[in-house]
Each structure stands twice: as structure tokens, then as C-alpha cells.
Design a protein around this ligand. Structure first.
Ligand SMILES: [Zn+2]
Length: 435
């Protein structure tokens, strides 16, 4: 169905950050076919969306999350990462079923759509169910099976997790008109022995896909890695060949200048998770230094068990503020840079920047429409600053992926809200043994 968006304030997020006032966007077969301040005289739309008093911008990319973990939201809080993960989260995860993951992913997608997310990168288990949920909901996603192995006596031919990741790739990579991609997901260096990390990279190379991994999230991880292997986590992973494929490195909080040079040299994509890092008391990633070096920095919420929400506008806000405070420099991360992290940089990190992340002719129509009617949009000076410092997730009115409307004025078009909430209630009663 051809659509025409009219009267829009268009944040193109192109290289010049061009903003078109009272503009038009034509959408045909899921692609943007027209962008201009002028009315398209020859375009024949089946549907017209009036974006008067509204901003149209590229959909946000949540570059690192664990959607099924939404079931563990508010279950274990105010604990350091290692204690949170090993004592609380891992034991509870043993109770989860494949069906739980299917419903939980849908709940996560509902929350993400409400804050303008069109694409996310997910790492967990029961990913076949997650893929089914993504396919049905119409979002764009990069999925990886979280891989762990604590001893060396695994057999690469029979290792259940590696086989599952490979099967996920065979079943889903490039499916749903290319909306779903699959990477390999070794969880972290402290949950994967070196030989297993090597096996993960070999798998990624064989499948010609990327790696999604947690890197240098805490001081403890860094100290233990140096003690055990005589080098930093970044150097350890580089020496094991992990960065030889396109890598999504979540966190990179505790990194030296030398580590940053290695990340830059290998074109590693860093995913900044300010909310999760703050909540787990993990520290603050040196994002300004990364950007200065030309490292691609994307933005993410992490899972809802460590954030505890999936609101990307909150992450944009945090990303812009934190570095200013820490460095006592208001120019450390500009509003424009923060917005780029959540759009273009995220698309680039997932290898999607030729298709999404900015608004121009030929790109996929992954767009969000943000209302400017609330009091916090007045006076109307700098729209970029407003989106970063004042906009709320609740200002997001409409979300389109490949031209299909997935959410409009709070209504989900591809997800049955009542059905999802019914199942989430049922699952949480079972998990937490509430009668
Ligand atoms: Zn994570």
C-alpha cells in the first residue's frame, strides 16, 4: 500500500543532519521513494498520513538487548553484575521455557515500539521462538544464540549451543524479506573458555556473519582477565581472532587507550548501554574518546532485567548527559551525536546502514512519527536538542517498519496486547510461585 506522509518536520539524519520543514515522504513497497519540501505531483498514495505538528525521523536502533529477560524485570535489583548474574539471573533462567521466550519477546517489542524502536539486536536462548515473534510483529532484528562454555572438553561437532546458533542462522538469516539477520553470540570472555571463543569465531566465519559479545563490562572482568591471561579483555579477544569478523561489542566500559586503538583498528562496533551500566554500578564507558578515535558507537538499553526499561529515548538522554558530567565538559557528547548513536550508528553496527538509519530515497521506510504537541516542545527552537533533552517515549505516536504501521497512537497492529499480557501474567505466576 503506497503511503504519503505530509506536513512533516523531517529529521533526515543524513550526513549533514538536514531538517526539512513541512516536507513529504512517499513510501512504495516498503521503500522511501520520495523526500522533499515540495508536494509530489505524480505520486498516487493509497493512504495519507498527516504529520502536521509532528516530527518524522528514522526508527531507533536498540543495538544490544535480551528480550526474554523482560520476565525478570524488578526481580533482582541493586546488586553488582557478577552477583546479579550468577546468583539471581542464571538460576531463574533455568526455569524458562521456549514458549516463555515467545511471549516475553512480544512484551519487549511492545515496550520498544512505544519508545520508537524499529530494530534491535538480541542475544539469548530459545531464539527460534524469538525469531517467530519478530517475524510476526514485523520489526527488524539481529538475533544471536547466547553461547557459554566453562570447560575445554567440548566437542565443536556436537556442542548443543553452537549447533543451535548455526540452525538459527540456517532457519532465519535473511528471512522476512531480510528483516531478520543472525549473528553468533558468545556471551563474554568470562563465560566462554578461549577455545570456545575461537570455535564461535570459526562458526561466524563459516556462516559469513558477525559476532555479538559482552566486552569489558566491569572492573572485575578486566582484573580477572589480566590475572588469568596476562592481558586486557580487548587484547585477549583480539588475539583469539574475535574481531576478525564484524563485531558488536556491548559495553566496553573498562578500556585503556591501547584497547581503544585495537577496537578502532579492527572496526569493532561498540554498543553503549548507559542505563544498565549505571544501574549495575559497572562504571561509565569513555564514549567521547571512542568517538574522537572514529570508533562506531551505537546505543542500547541492554535487557529489561538490568535497566529496568527498554526506553531508547531515556538512553539517548543519558548518553548525552553522562559524559558532560563526568568530563565536566558540556560539549563532550552533543545532541546530534547522541541522536546519531541511536539511529545511523546503530544501523551501521548491524550492517544495515545502506537500508536504514537515515531518511533518503531508496532506504527502507523504517520511520517513527513523534508528536510535537506537548508543552515540552515549546518554544520551538532547536529540534535536535528537543529530541535529546526533552522528548519523552510517550511522544512517539506512530512506528513504521518497511512501510508497515506496527504501532499507531498506542495501538499495536501486529501484536495482540491482551493475549500477550495474559500469558506474561501466567508465566510470572509460575516463575515466582505466586498463587
Ligand atoms: Zn547484555
Amino acid at each position: 500500500m503506497n503511503k504519503l506522509i505530509k506536513n512533516a518536520c523531517i529529521m533526515t539524519m543524513d550526513a549533514d543532519n538536514t531538517i526539512i520543514e513541512n516536507g513529504y515522504i512517499g513510501i512504495e513497497a516498503g521503500l522511501i521513494t520520495y523526500v522533499s519540501a515540495d508536494f509530489p505531483a505524480t505520486f498516487m498514495p493509497h493512504m495519507i498520513i498527516d504529520a502536521k505538528e509532528k516530527i518524522v525521523m528514522p526508527g531507533l536502533v536498540n543495538a544490544h538487548t535480551h528480550t526474554p529477560m523482560i520476565l525478570l524485570r524488578n526481580y533482582a535489583d541493586d546488586l553488582p553484575l557478577q552477583q546479579w548474574l550468577f546468583d539471581k539471573i542464571f538460576p531463574m533462567e533455568d526455569k524458562l521455557t521456549a514458549e516463555d521466550a515467545y511471549w516475553a519477546c512480544q512484551l519487549s517489542m511492545m515496550e520498544m515500539l512505544k519508545s520508537g524502536v524499529t530494530c534491535f539486536s538480541d542475544m539469548y536462548f530459545y531464539m527460534e521462538e524469538v525469531a517467530k515473534a519478530v517475524n510476526k510483529a514485523g520489526m527488524r532484528s539481529n538475533l544471536s544464540r547466547g553461547l557459554q562454555c566453562f570447560n575445554d572438553d567440548f566437542d565443536v561437532m556436537t556442542d548443543e549451543r553452537l549447533l543451535e546458533n548455526e540452525q538459527l542462522f540456517k532457519d532465519w538469516h535473511g528471512e522476512a524479506n531480510g528483516r531478520i539477520k543472525v549473528s553468533v553470540g558468545p556471551h563474554a570472555l568470562y563465560t566462554c573458555v578461549p577455545e570456545y571463543l575461537k570455535a564461535s569465531v570459526e562458526l561466524a566465519k563459516r556462516l559469513e556473519t558477525g559476532i555479538h559479545i559482552h566486552v569489558s563490562e566491569t572492573q572485575k572482568e578486566r582484573d580477572e582477565c589480566i590475572e588469568k591471561y596476562g592481558k586486557t579483555p580487548v587484547k585477549h579477544l583480539a588475539d583469539l581472532g574475535v574481531f576478525e569478523v564484524n563485531t558488536l561489542a556491548a559495553h566496553c566500559v573498562h578500556v585503556s587507550d591501547e584497547d581503544l586503538d585495537i577496537l578502532k583498528q579492527h572496526h569493532v562496533n561498540v554498543v553503549y548501554n548507559p542505563g544498565s551500566n549505571l544501574k549495575l554500578g559497572s562504571g561509565i564507558a569513555p564514549v567521547t574518546k571512542m568517538i574522537e578515535r572514529g570508533i562506531n558507537v551505537a546505543l542500547a538499553t541492554d535487557g529489561a532485567a538490568s535497566n529496568n526499561n527498554l526506553n531508547m529515548f531515556e538512553e539517548i538522554h543519558l548518553a548525552a548527559l553522562i559524559s558532560k558530567g563526568v568530563l565536566e565538559d558540556p560539549t563532550a557528547i552533543t545532541a546530534e551525536k547522541a541522536l546519531q548513536m541511536a539511529t545511523l550508528n546503530g544501523a551501521k553496527a548491524l550492517g544495515n546502514d545502506r537500508e536504514t538509519g537515515s531518511i533518503k530515497v531508496g532506504m527502507k521506510a523504517d520511520l517513527i512519527i513523534v508528536s510535537k504537541k506537548s508543552p515540552h516542545f515549546y518554544p520551538r527552537n532547536d529540534i535536535t536538542a528537543n529530541l535529546v533533552y526533552a522528548t519523552q517515549a510517550s511522544d512517539v505516536e506512530t512506528v513504521l517498519v518497511e512501510g508497515q504501521i506496527l504501532m499507531d497512537k498506542g495501538d499495536f497492529k501486529t501484536i495482540d496486547t491482551e493475549e500477550v499480557l495474559y500469558h506474561i501474567d501466567k508465566i510470572s505466576k509460575r516463575l515466582f510461585e505466586v498463587s
